[in-house]
Design a binder for this molecule. Structure first.
Ligand code: SF4
Ligand code: SF4
Length: 84
């Protein structure tokens, strides 16, 4: 599955191995939503196993679509969208 690095799953889910509760940003999630433990032994198994049965992560895709819709709305309000 292709991850779009929205960071959602590293905030949304509890990770007991890290004492990370639900809804709290993982301390190993970088500002650009990459995992500091990537390829390290201490990365929790649940993180290594995390997957969705789709070629692109549906959560990341939904967030990307929402971002694009919001940008389009912003452009509409400035009138810039009319030039395209
Ligand atoms: S360890 Fe890495 S993959 Fe796991 S929740 Fe934290 S940032 Fe995300
Ligand atoms: S929710 Fe999906 S796209 Fe976002 S960081 Fe997690 S795996 Fe990647």
């Amino acid at each position: 599955m292709k991850c779009l690095h929205c960071g959602d799953c590293c905030i949304r889910f509890a990770i007991p191995e890290l004492d990370k509760p639900e809804g709290v940003r993982c301390k190993y999630l970088t500002e650009d939503n990459l995992c500091e433990l990537w390829d390290k032994e201490e990365r929790p198994k649940v993180c290594n196993d995390h997957d969705y049965p789709a070629s692109i992560c549906p959560i990341g895709l939904a967030k990307l679509e929402l971002t694009l819709v919001n940008k389009k709305e912003g452009l509409k309000q400035t009138g810039l969208l009319n030039i395209f």
